[in-house]
Ligand binder design. Sequence first.
Ligand code: PLP
Length: 471
Amino acid sequence: MTPDEFRALGYKIIDWIAEYRETVEPRRVMSHEAPGAVRAKLPASAPEEPEPFERILADFERIVVPGITHWNHPSFFAYFPSNTSLSAVLGDLLASGLGVQCMSWQTSPAGTELEEAVMDWLRQMLGLSESFRGCIQDTSSNATFVAMLCARERATDDARLSGGLQSIAAPLTVYTSEQAHSSVEKAVLLAGIGQEQFRTIETDGQYAMRVDALRARLEEDVRAGKKPCAIVATVGTTATTASDPLVPIAKLAREYGAWLHVDAAMAGIAMIAPECREHWTGIEEVDSIAVDPHKWLGTGMHLSAYYVRDASYLTRVMSTQPHYLRTAADDKVTNFRDWGISLGRRFRALKLWCLLREQGTSGLVARIRRDLANAKWLEAEVRKTEGWEVVAPVPFQTVCVRHVPRGLRDEEAINAHNLAWADRINEGGKAYLTSTVVAGRRIVRVSVGSEATELSHVKKLWALMQETAGT
Ligand code: PLP
């Protein structure tokens, strides 16, 4: 493709994206393609001969778009918000256009230094002190895995030099709440800590980790000759957005010498609004934090911010210094390849930089406040409507609800009813919600916060919920 051809097609694609964003609302939110339908429309092998790009674009419309679930739709209320603001789309395009690889400072100094700058801007926006340094990890799952590697390294007192995990006499243990995201268990297994040493601690009536139960488990493990390695607390659990009490958990972490990692994947973004910071009181006591701009902030995927107090544990585990990677600048700069698993790194800071500048802190805080208020509106409506329950506190933007039809007492039938009405809404295409099970009860989560979602969309959803659950 020549630059001239690129220019012509590029304009077309930008037009397509702009029109898509303007006209997304009438589309069905959840893709209704049957399993295998997209694949069936694709040839079995790559084409032997070059094809005109117009044909690729036509196939994009015909094959790809019907297989898309529209996360940027204003009636997307499933999982968690994960939008790509148009300024971040442009930032990502610039990164692709430059086509750089930011594995080392020298392979593109701007890649490293812009990342350092925007991670520091975000740190300030979140109200974190200067004792934290940040880097971009792909996802919160990766950030938690990396945190487990740091924790393991600290607990084993430089295992890399002293014989590795296999040389440790006391088995390492990790603690999290029973409401923690599945990525915590995955990280613990990947870090070689083992299922038997993974503890899920009971939660209280608000679905937050019970500190007395944590203490009891730590005591029991130490008595049994185990070594507490890490505690993973959550700020904004996946099911109900509950937050674990960081102050007493940090005290226990200190007492037992365990690394304290905070998974604040989605809800951490709310901390850019100072009034939300009460939900992570004690954050200055923790060792590491994961917060995802790719969820509620609007950068699009693969931009998880990992903040750590002492980066030396990252580099102790993950730095490699083969001759072909060494540069004269190494002792004066940060090489982010040593802060994560991958060597090669996309220039992801660019899209965050574009977003932060184009929106400004005030624009982003206003959007978060709008979403919090919209969730509060829905909570109030549900609470005052007969037959409906709000089943968990609403500290952020997720409202967990349940509908109990008049006269229905059997728990299984109520669970089936709630799953059925949520499925009917999703299949109808007008909105998209997620249901889950909490404390044995089927609930439906309304996750407000898509960039395009205004109060009018929440009102429409509430009318649809009542109509669908009532039929
Ligand atoms: N942690 C929490 C609390 C989450 O809710 C999620 C996603 O839902 C994750 C971690 C995983 O996020 P990621 O896709 O960035 O790995």
